[in-house]
Write a protein that binds this ligand. Sequence first.
Ligand code: HEC
Ligand code: HEC
Length: 88
Amino acid sequence: MKFTAKTTILNILFLLVGAAILLFLLKAPEETTSRLPMDDTHRKFQSGISKKAAEKQCGQCHGPGGEAQLPPDHPPPYRCLFCHKRQI
Ligand code: HEC
Ligand code: HEC
């Protein structure tokens, strides 16, 4: 392959785009969604149980009629642990 001015420009462009994407990712906002709390109620869901099996039980308290119902503006709550991440 011959190194022409065109390949040099393309290489520089490629590097610039890569740097821009990297900067964008580094500047992304921190996750703000609360994590699965590390308390007596929630500790048994932190580990040793699959996410799906754990999520089946969240509704007992967070579902309709539960003691800790979700706020009305809550996003669709299908997979709790994808948004409310476990701590371990
Ligand atoms: C036995 C009842 C019960 C179960 C089961 C339960 N929770 Fe909770 N949860 C609570 C109560 C009560 C609160 C509010 C007080 C507190 O923070 O412990 C709460 C609070 C939370 C919070 C808010 C924490 C914060 O920072 O404000 C999240 C997130 C949460 N639960 C997620 C879950 C998920 C996900 C599951 C299923 C894996 C689950 N909970 C299962 C009772 C329960
Ligand atoms: C698509 C992402 C998403 C999913 C799925 C989800 N949540 Fe949330 N949840 C949020 C956001 C965003 C809030 C608003 C407050 C915040 O930023 O933490 C919230 C708030 C809450 C709160 C109120 C306390 C707090 O942290 O403000 C509880 C309790 C809660 N969620 C439990 C659950 C449970 C239980 C499930 C599964 C049935 C679930 N969530 C599924 C994103 C999600």
